[in-house]
Design a protein around this ligand. Structure first.
Ligand code: PLP
Length: 404
């Protein structure tokens, strides 16, 4: 790139609302007048001189040197994500797990202790339970709703606290501000997986959390087409994490970064519809005779509804509910859905539904499922942007299957 030796520096964060930031947060990176950004499909970038090459190679996180180190399309997405989460900077990875594993591995060393929740996204739990012990890092798992347990778990060698809220399967919440304020004076790094909320609904960094992680596969991409991840944090943390990132190599392709950029442009519109659809559907489900219980942070019946109102501005796509019946009745009901697609994942434009126990029955024993709180009659839905009446109609026609 012509201006490769002097990458544009990010202007001071704009005081934009999210709706504006997702459209204009990357404008300062425009160089060629194209309204829609080009895809820089190049693995490597030339320098104009040996001296410029030397500068490129030593400028950390240079956007135009070698794509594993960064790519101009990555920079655009990162600029928007930093605006959205209110952090100094952001880093893109090839998946949400790429973001989580790279961040954790960058920050811990042999002899460190870390605190994580008893429940996390399954592969995150596996990182703490099975992989970190192999490198001499000890983890304590606490009930995320129990702040006293969180405080009691802190040791002199606690390096970081990993949080995730809301979390599967019952959409339990963690009080982000409370945990941040107990960690900060002790110099413990706090990390939050904000995938289930999105920065439209929840901004962990504003509540004192240091590092915010995302599976960009979900709301950010928003169309069930891209797999990607993001790390939003300070420049100091980003340097450290980027070092690990260039070694582990969880690099997003320029095409996928561009698709992510394209998806992001409508994030706030999609979230508005998703939030209102999901809340309406959760309230409606609570009134259906075949439904035992509905779990959604936006419902007054959610045990942490007050905390939801305090730290969230919307409650997201994911609703969990139990039907009055066993495994087979639940299976019949989910199979009876015609509009909702039977698939994992969340946060896309179309509604998805899964029978949770059926999803795990191949990989978990019944006892493991019980420990993880996965009941045989549990259904998880990710509500999309369809018309609410069509979604209710689909559930209405499938619900009688529960009692058949
Ligand atoms: C999907 C998900 C992940 C993993 O993201 P991938 O993009 O699939 O690697 C991590 N955390 C949460 C909360 C998720 O929903």
């Amino acid at each position: 790139m012509k201006d490769a030796a002097s990458p544009p520096t990010r202007p001071a964060p704009q005081d934009w609302h999210a709706e504006t930031a997702i459209l204009h947060g990357d404008a300062w990176l425009s160089t060629d007048g194209a309204v829609c950004p080009p895809i820089h499909y190049s693995a490597t970038f030339k320098a104009e001189s040996a001296q410029e090459f030397a500068e490129m190679a030593t400028t950390a996180r240079h956007p135009g040197f070698y794509t594993r180190y960064g790519n101009p399309v990555h920079k655009r997405v990162e600029a928007i994500l930093a605006e959205l989460e209110g952090t100094e900077t952001a880093l893109l990875t090839a998946s949400g797990m790429g973001a989580i594993s790279t961040t954790i591995l960058a920050l811990v060393a042999r002899g460190d202790h870390v605190i994580a929740q008893r429940r996390h996204y399954m592969s995150t739990s596996r990182l703490f339970e099975e992989i970190l012990p192999r490198f001499g890092v000890e983890s304590t798992f606490v009930d995320q709703t129990d702040l006293d347990a969180m405080a009691a778990a802190i040791k002199p060698n606690t390096r970081l606290i990993m949080l995730e809220t809301p979390v599967n399967p019952t959409l339990a919440l963690t009080d982000l501000q409370a945990v941040a304020s107990m960690a900060q004076p002790k110099g413990i790094i706090t990390i939050a997986d904000n995938t289930f909320a999105s920065p439209i609904n929840q901004k962990p960094h504003d509540l004192g959390i240091d590092i915010v992680l995302h599976s960009a596969t979900k709301y950010f991409g928003g169309h069930h087409d891209v797999t990607a991840g993001a790390i939003c944090c300070s420049n100091a943390h980003a340097e450290k994490i980027w070092d690990m990132h260039t070694t582990l190599g969880s690099v997003l392709s320029p095409m996928d970064a561009w698709l992510l950029l394209r998806g992001l442009r409508t994030l706030s519109l999609r979230m508005e519809r998703i939030n209102s659809n999901a809340l309406a559907l959760a309230q409606w489900l609570e009134q259906q005779p075949q439904i035992e219980r509905v779990f959604y942070p936006g419902l007054e019946s959610h045990p942490q509804h007050d905390l939801a109102l305090k730290q969230m501005r919307g409650f997201g796509a994911v609703i969990a509910f139990s039907v009055k019946g066993g495994f087979d009745a639940t299976s019949r009901f989910v199979s009876g859905l015609k509009l909702a697609t039977h698939a994992v994942s969340l946060g896309g434009v179309e509604t998805l539904a899964v029978h949770t126990a059926a999803m795990w029955s191949g990989t978990m024993t019944e006892a493991q499922m019980q420990t993880a709180g996965i009941e045989p009659n549990f259904v998880r839905m990710s509500v999309g942007v369809e018309h609410i009446d069509d979604l209710k109609q689909d559930l209405s026609q499938a619900l009688p299957q529960v009692t058949n």
